[in-house]
Write a protein that binds this ligand. Structure first.
Ligand code: ATP
Length: 680
């Protein structure tokens, strides 16, 4: 964050650092940081009427308080209200101040989600207020996406300061606005950040609400403009025409234990044709989980490497994913006499220097790594092809760094988030798309089971059976919205419980808070087979390929989106053994959760699942379900916002031709800096 911005918004260094973590760098970034959901502090719900699964505010007298030590240290309090009903409050982390606030006889107002607990309904870590001191809120309270250590009031203050600082005046031409029939940006931002008192939760949570529509439209417009400009620029670039002699690729194909599918052959041919041109390739390779994109990437790299002195870089967004690629590429390429360099943030300086020197003088021709590959001090001798996996997970700055390394290099982007082809083409502003639309043969279909989490012991028995057969299992804990700490805790607890229940198995734990090197070490143990079970937070979602793993258990599957469930399930069923995916769920299930679980139970094809997702997710479920897998999108969703995308797509070329100053301003607002859009 620029010092001017920090001063303008009166932010402390700590707050600024936390905001950076959320990728909020400019005042506009903050103004466009919109609530994830809203809380209703305008009314008090009688405990008897508060339904499980609902987030609500209740008030009551504390009738009981105890610090328990088993099964773990926790503070339990119980409140009772005029309706006569009681509610438990449970704190796994607590301070003496909590005990004081919840002293017997105190009247407290608490807000949180009602859950079904072991001893009746409960709230875990509710927000507590003293009933006497606090007035009811006049309107709904916005809750922003945040990060550890940055609380809502601080974030809210920063957003407010940003809203006061930016110029929200309308920049879209009148004619355009009249046709769109959308509210102004200023009004939309005001409504979403400060909902007026008469606006209810249901209206605000609906993605079809005009204020949301305006934000989504503006976002899609920024995306279309940036893609279009980037494409124009690339078209005028010159890349090295790469025509392979087939010598290396045929050798690799000969060494493989399988033959390419027809779909893999087809996309390889498309990529080969692009590489032969002197216009830089910019192609998206998409394919369902396990469809075999990696070998296509490897064969594309070989076409390039068959040209004298040419270098190739393969980049992935996380250390785990990059390392997986590194292992595969090494295994495939070393027998061909090609050494592969590894470059990531966690390498020791000496190793990094060695790799950098070898890339700079051209001794090493293939490098695999994270975005560390594109730091300014990494120089390539003759870089001609860059392969980027899961590009949408890189931030703008990283994409920009990539662009700086090679405006004139061929680029192949891989994605495992399948989007129907025509939609992908309009979204990516006519980017070239190759789809692998067939799975390798002889895959035993994955059996999916839906199991109530109360039957955990049976599932543990199943894990034991699987591992005794020499196979391996994943046990995945979900991401808990807004609370990394709580997520970490569930994963750690699950790991401890599993170890206690299955003492003869070797069980590892990997989560997002571990250092990259620690994560890599645990993953390596799992890949090598020395761990039987891997307990993981959702960090393993994309790209892990351990064919010997044949069982996937997913906790709280009812909380996850379909795309995520499909990705996770795709981690098994990659080897010869019959695989199973156990989806644990906790009741009561909402209608949408039920519908989702039914789809994942009945279907295995990613495109079909994406289509059904669209049907289930009416615009009404917009908030809380924001999970667009598409690049650069925070609000718009390709599943539901196709009409807005179409409008943005039609408008973009006209603005570029007729209103260049509007284009520049719009991109500055949405992509942070003028340079942001170049990175598209
Ligand atoms: N034509 C094929 N026949 C048999 N097995 C194949 C074929 N192509 C790839 N495989 C194997 O299938 C598994 C999945 O391939 P890969 O990891 O490339 O999938 P992917 O498309 O990258 O999926 P994801 O995005 O889920 O990681 C690998 O073990 C790979 O060796």
């Amino acid at each position: 964050m620029l010092p001017e911005t920090r001063q303008l918004l009166k932010l402390t260094d700590t707050t600024a650092a936390k905001l950076e973590k959320l990728h909020l760098h400019s005042a506009w970034d903050l103004a466009l940081h919109l609530p994830l959901r809203y809380e209703d502090e305008t009314q008090i719900v009688p405990i008897a009427a508060a339904a499980v699964g609902e987030i609500c505010q209740v008030e009551g007298v504390v009738v009981y308080q105890e610090v328990q030590f088993k099964p773990r240290k926790q503070l339990i309090a119980r409140i009772q209200d005029g309706s006569g009903a009681m509610l438990n409050l449970r704190f796994i982390h607590f301070y003496p101040s909590h005990q004081k606030q919840l002293a017997q006889g105190e009247t407290v107002r608490v807000l949180g989600e009602i859950k079904r607990g072991y001893f009746g309904d409960e709230m875990i870590h509710p927000k507590i207020k003293s009933a006497e001191k606090s007035d009811l809120a006049q309107s709904l309270t916005p809750i922003y996406p945040t990060t550890n250590g940055l609380n809502q009031p601080t974030l809210r203050k920063a957003v407010q300061a940003a809203l006061n600082a930016v110029d929200v005046s309308e920049i879209l031409p009148d004619t355009v606005l009249r046709k769109l029939k959308l509210p102004s940006l200023a009004e939309s931002l005001r409504t979403l950040h400060h909902p007026p008192p008469d606006l209810d939760m249901k209206t605000l949570a609906n993605g079809a609400f005009p204020a949301w529509q305006r934000l989504k439209f503006d976002e899609l417009l920024a995306q279309q403009l940036s893609m279009r400009l980037a494409r124009q620029r690339r078209r005028s670039g010159h890349a090295k025409s790469l025509v392979g002699n087939g010598f290396l690729s045929e050798k690799l194909l000969g060494n493989l234990p399988f033959r390419l599918t027809a779909a893999q052959e087809k996309v390889c041919a498309e990529i080969r044709a692009d590489l032969a041109k002197s216009v830089p390739m910019h192609r998206l390779l998409q394919g369902d989980v396990g469809s075999g994109k990696t070998i296509v990437a490897a064969l594309s790299a070989l076409v390039a490497l068959e040209n004298d002195g040419v270098q190739v870089a393969v980049m992935a967004p996380t250390e785990i994913l990059a390392e997986q690629h590194f292992i595969k590429f090494k295994q495939w390429f070393e027998p061909l006499g090609i050494s592969v360099a590894w470059l990531s943030g966690s390498l020791k300086k000496k190793e990094k220097d060695q790799a950098k020197a070898a890339l700079a003088d051209g001794r090493i021709r293939l490098a695999v790594g994270t975005h560390a590959l594109f730091q300014h001090d990494v120089l390539f001798d003759n870089l001609a092809l860059v392969i980027v996996d899961e590009q949408h997970r890189f931030g703008v700055a990283q994409r920009l760094a990539l662009k700086n390394k090679g405006d004139d290099v061929h680029q192949l982007m891989m994605s495992a988030t399948p989007i129907p082809r025509t939609l992908a083409m309009s979204f990516f502003a006519d980017l070239d798309v190759s789809s692998i639309d067939e799975l390798p043969p002889n895959r035993t279909p994955i059996k999916t089971k839906l199991v109530n989490h109360l039957r955990r012991a049976e599932v543990e028995g199943f894990v034991l059976n699987t591992c005794q057969k020499g196979q391996q299992a994943y046990w995945v804990c979900p991401l808990i919205e807004e609370s990394e700490t709580l997520q970490l805790q569930t994963a750690t607890e699950t790991w401890q419980n599993l170890q206690a229940a299955l003492p003869n198995l070797k069980i590892g734990l990997v989560h997002g808070r571990m250092k990259p090197a620690e994560k890599a070490a645990v993953m390596a143990e799992f890949v090598s087979g020395s761990l039987n079970v891997l307990v993981a937070t959702t960090v393993i979602e994309v790209g892990v390929d351990v064919p010997n793993a044949s069982l996937m258990v997913i906790e709280h599957a009812e909380r996850m989106g379909l795309a995520q469930l499909h990705q996770l399930r795709g981690r098994v069923g990659r080897g010869a053994a019959a695989s199973t995916c156990v989806l644990l769920f906790a009741e009561p299930l909402g209608q949408i959760s039920k519908a989702r679980l039914k789809v994942i139970y009945e279907h295995t094809d990613g495109f079909e699942i994406a289509r059904q997702d669209l049907e289930i997710r009416g615009p009404g479920e917009f908030l809380g379900a924001r999970q667009s897998g598409a690049p650069m999108l925070r609000f718009a969703d390709l599943a539901t916002d196709v009409p807005l995308l179409e409008q943005a797509r039609q408008l973009a070329p006209r603005l570029i031709m007729e209103y260049p100053e509007v284009v520049e301003k719009h991109l500055e607002r949405w992509l942070g800096s003028k340079e942001g859009f170049l990175a598209a």
